[in-house]
Write a protein that binds this ligand. Structure first.
Ligand code: FAD
Ligand code: SF4
Length: 500
């Protein structure tokens, strides 16, 4: 595509991200904090794109979205065409527009030339969200009903972004698809993990509905391992995709008496949503998980920790502190999410290790950056000895509620009735990186289950890629099956003597 007067306008038009609601207003509810672009704003911001010959935004987007092309179409007011292009590579464009950490992906310094040149990155995510939301309003987002139905049936366990993307792609190719999930509604962590102030639930509900309207069947309230083993499920389908996510919480090794009272961050977020259809873990006391009127400590410095502190603020906690054992620059989460949490009044105590933990008091040691050691990966570590200039301060704070948000891993296969499934040393399901195939014939895996806790956009990428591989696998089967049948029938007619 060549450029025209509708693009490269970054010199006259400054970067203007979507407007955020004032802190005092947004802390009173769980609604999204960012407004959607108007048509005029979307056109203006899209027109800033430089239309680079080699667009690194496209390279650094895990889905390799054709970003400059749909920005240009948006700048020209050709919104439906822009949406068609966006949806051709992304099953959940307006969701990614909302929750991708763009500052580490398509809008990073290394991805957007304008950012490097000091003009401020193009607001790619906000335009993508605008296009997807507009598509629902205008009726352009439609179920992908296949023209021809195929005979093969695929069972997908896990209706998060990986499972949903795979289901949509397989349905579009004509396969019969059944999605199973322990929650009663599809969406995975997008519906039952990420708080509404980042992603309002109707946005994921309507995407899930599109997949069902395309003809996929959804069986909620079904837990693999409890309601069927993998072998039983495999006997009902021609191929199985496992997209179960990563729900085994890492427990920090805390010296002290109160480990049993530590609250798992994901359970806390799930309970806080009160989302219909959620399958809460057995024995969860929702009342105990309400931060209203309580002093809260959150352990961890990633995006889940930020979601927990921001949820506690919205629930009306008395105060919340976030403790992170490493330095501010060492965290892997999004800088923008941290900025939002800090703007809302969250205090993060960096380089802080817990010394002892009792249900209502936490004693910790803190170190200034200059008084820390460095590990082999170059990240700050708190050293307790005073040798080599290391220095720590001890402090104790009172708490009524301590939440652990220190990451998670996939469940072990035995927990979901999949004995025989091989995992890697990191605890994720081992797959062929080219095909997503596991060691069990006809069983594939995708998303956080085979990648480890990651991002929605990577789960979508996995779901799309594995759907293409399942299609190839089943096509090969479709070709081979009649031949096998002929050979079997021919063999059956042979007498042992003539067979020799
Ligand atoms: P999931 O979304 O976890 O879906 C797995 C599904 O499998 C779930 O519905 C689950 O109920 C189901 N399941 C599990 N076990 C069983 C079983 N035995 N039987 C039946 N069903 C089962 N990513 C971003 O890009 N941006 C963000 O801002 C962001 N924020 C996050 C905030 C939090 C608090 C968390 C925890 C994650 C966040 N992520 C974010 C990460 C993102 O949500 C995940 O990477 C993504 O959802 C993984 O998709 P998935 O389909 O692999 O798994
Ligand atoms: Fe950027 Fe995510 Fe959209 Fe890719 S999917 S263009 S990384 S917001």
């Amino acid at each position: 595509m060549t450029t025209s007067g509708t693009t490269q306008r970054y010199v006259d038009i400054p970067r203007a991200p979507s407007e955020e609601r004032a802190v005092q207003e947004r802390l009173h509810d769980f609604q999204e904090i960012a407004a959607r672009f108007s048509e005029e704003e979307a056109r203006r911001q899209a027109s800033r794109c430089e239309q680079c010959g080699v667009p690194y935004c496209h390279v650094y987007c895990p889905l390799h979205n054709n970003i400059p092309d749909w920005l240009r179409l948006t700048a020209e007011g050709r919104f439906e065409e822009a949406y068609r292009l966006a949806e051709s590579t992304n099953n959940l464009p307006e969701i990614c527009g909302r929750i991708c950490p763009q500052d580490r992906l398509c809008e990073a310094k290394w991805a957007c030339t304008l950012e490097q040149a000091g003009h401020g990155t193009v607001t790619i995510g906000a335009v993508e969200q605008f296009l997807g939301d507009l598509a629902f309003e205008k009726g352009w987002a439609r179920p992908r009903i296949p023209r021809v139905e195929r005979q093969h049936h695929v069972g997908i366990v896990g209706a998060g972004p990986a499972g949903l993307a795979a289901a949509e792609e397989l349905r579009a190719r004509g396969y019969a698809v059944t999605l199973y999930d322990r929650h009663r509604l599809p969406g995975g962590l997008l519906r039952f993990g990420i708080p509404g102030f980042k992603l309002e639930k109707p946005a994921i509900a309507r995407r899930g509905q599109l997949v069902l309207d395309a003809g996929a069947r959804f069986i909620g309230g079904f837990a693999l391992g409890r309601d069927a083993t993998l072998a039983e499920l495999a006997s009902r389908h021609d191929a199985i995709l496992l997209a179960l996510g990563a729900y085994r919480a890492n427990r920090p090794a805390l010296p002290g008496a109160g480990e049993g009272t530590l609250i798992d961050g994901l359970t806390y977020l799930l309970a806080s949503m009160q989302e219909p259809g959620a399958a809460l873990p057995d024995g969860v006391d929702v009342e105990r998980l309400d931060a209203r009127g309580r002093r809260v400590i959150v352990i961890g410095g990633g995006d889940t920790a930020m979601d927990c502190v921001r949820t506690a603020l919205r629930q009306g906690c008395l105060g919340v502190a976030c403790l992170y054992r490493r330095g501010e620059l060492d965290r892997s989460g999004s800088r923008r999410e941290l900025n939002k949490a800090q703007a809302e009044g969250v205090q993060v105590l960096w380089q802080t290790e817990i010394e002892s933990y009792f249900p209502n008091t936490v004693t910790m040691v803190e170190a200034a950056v200059g008084s820390c050691g460095v590990d082999e990966g170059g990240r700050l570590v708190v050293r307790r000895s005073n040798a080599n200039g290391y220095k720590v301060e001890q402090r104790t704070i009172d708490t009524d509620m301590t939440i652990s948000a220190t990451g998670s891993q996939p469940e072990l296969p035995a927990a979901y009735g999949a004995d025989g499934l091989i995992t890697t040393e990191n605890g994720v399901v081992k797959v062929d990186p080219e095909t997503g195939a596991t060691n069990l014939p006809g069983v594939f895996a995708a998303g956080d289950l085979s990648r480890g806790p990651s991002l929605a956009v990577w789960a979508i990428r996995d779901g799309r890629a594995v759907a293409a591989c399942i299609h190839r696998y089943l096509c090969a089967d479709a070709v081979a099956a009649p031949r096998k049948k002929i050979v079997r029938e021919a063999l059956a007619t042979l007498t042992p003597a003539s067979a020799e």
